[in-house]
Design a protein. Sequence first.
Lengths: 338, 401
Amino acid sequence: MKRVTLALTLALAAGLSAEAADAQTLKTVKDRGTLSCGVSQGLPGFSSPDDKGNWTGIDVDLCRAVAAAIFNDPTKIKFVPLSAKDRFTALQSGEVDVLSRNTTWTISRDTSLGANFTGVTYYDGQGFMVKKSLKVNSALELNSASVCVQTGTTTEQNLADYFKANNMKYEVIAFATNDETVKAYEAGRCDVFTTDQSGLYANRLKLANPNDHMVLPEIISKEPLGPMVRHGDDQWFDIVKWTLFALVTAEELGVTSKNVDEKAKLENPELKRVLGTDGNFGEQLGLTKDWVVRIVKATGNYGEVFDRNVGAGSPLAINRGLNNLWNKGGLQYAPPIR
Amino acid sequence: MSTEARKPPPQIALKIRRALGGKSGWNGIVVQFAFAAILGWIAYEIVSNTRANLENQHIAAGFGFLRNNAGFDVNQTLISYTGSDTFLRVFVVGLLNTLVVSVVGIFFATVIGFIVALCRLSPNWLLSRVGEIYVEIIRNLPVLFQILFWYLAVLAALPNPRQSISLLGIAFISNRGLVIPRPIGESGFEPFLAMLTLGIVASLALRFYARRALFERGQMIRIWPSVLALLFGLPLATILVFGLPFTFELPQLKGFNFAGGSRIIPEFVALTVALSTYTAAFIAEIVRAGILSVHKGQMEAGSSLGLSRGATLRLIVVPQAMRVIVPPLTNQYLNLTKNSSLAVAIGYPDLVSVFAGTSLSQTGQAIEIIAMTMGVYLLISLVTSAVMSVYGWRVSRSLGA
């Protein structure tokens, strides 16, 4: 861990001492021929490699959508697995072009890291997982418990706030990676494992007997997860931001990976604008006119991405909840493409 | 006329020329200054460029973050610490955790290392084989792997707190660590501590005096009765006068965990065991080499004087071997301290974990934090080296070498 951080820091110092800050990410990516995408070291549903080394997950699909919009090829990506504590340094130093790694949007991260959040791919909240044998039904019964958590996360700070606010004592054991944290929880080092609730469900699948463990009902924080890009390149910021909006808009208009070609032929003015047969919004972004078609063909719309990775079509089977479209009771909302 | 030789006049200019320019004289000095100026200029460029670019990209810079609230907790703190303390306090907490694991690790590594080395050198076949196997296995496995092994082995072997192993009902072992009674200072604590300190200082002074008497006048002074009185009698007397210095708070199972008492966390145990056994394998080889470097005639001379094998080793061989042992031993101490940064793998809150890990991620100020952390490791290493150099110098001096 230490060596990775050190290398990244040196890269950061070296990168920053170069004369001009690199403000042409799109050009750099095109010249390189691949998009460099920072992901987690393995969180099922968000970013994790399968047995053949193919990455899947919501965060991965966001990168695939960006790559599809640029290259019309969702495989032109280099995935860089990052621990929670190395992720921002990797983005700052230019090691990755997009950090799509279940990262919570907070004001301090938005303002002091030299990076911007481009949107919210998943509305999450922090929860607790315990062994059923402890017979605990509420997080308020966790006084004096030992809690395993991953270092360098908002989770670690929320945990301190929550126990302090409720006048409860606890012991924190913080590990560098998600896998180490889960392993220590399973070995019985702690009573409670805490992370974003989606992460709890995802990690529960990794345990030997998932049914011996339960997720407590309390959600103690707001965790809007989203991708980040570096400051100082507004074009690149727009591309990543509108890639997510394109996914949401496609779902709203009923455009899916299967029917996108037929939809493009329809005489509906909104569909024509979005799918690029009318207007040149894609070119204004620095992409092509058919950018949304490329994205949807590669990954499907936001609903398809959600279902495939964390929703009904995945082992996690998480409800859409807050992540439903705005007109279906959720929070996912995209500004109009016009 | 005086018979003393006249001192030559001080030739400062000549000395400077020789020190800086070597054989090339004044030209050499010019080159030196030019080179230093170029180095300085490069350093200045790097720093100012980095600062300018950090500012351009709106990345927070400077050490102001040290005054901000950390907002996270740490499970082993030697000084009081809560989530509402500052990052500077986190830094100190992490540093102390690193130091305590290093010091304890160095102590045990040295003890185990010496024992294993003596085993390997022992004429007893079984003992020497055991020593050899220890060294060959331990030093050939990666240390990170050993840390994880000890951590998972320790955790797997221990029960949860509700089924903890009780030691006479006052100490408990579970996978939350070892809980022991905590001494709580009472009214008699301060005089007790003062008398104890006085006793130790006076005993050391006595020993110093007795050694001088032995070496200078050949006079043997028996000091142990007075030392005993100073170390135990004095504090006991203060207890009688001022009352008990402290009482013990017993740990009790409450909810998930033990309340009260002090706790040694399993991460600390696993890390200390792994680091000290690992480093001990190297120290054993260093000690063995040092002892073998002493001519075997010394051993024979010892036996011919009627000294036992142990006494010969202790009085004759080891003091001479120390000259060879100390420099590489310093390296091992430094290695152990630096390896303690692997703590992050098992969640022990050392400097790298809480400061270069969590704090870095919370603030994003990689350059400042990594620089501070590297500076601290450098400082610890230099201090260790300095202490060992002084010790090595004393060993050599006492042998008249």
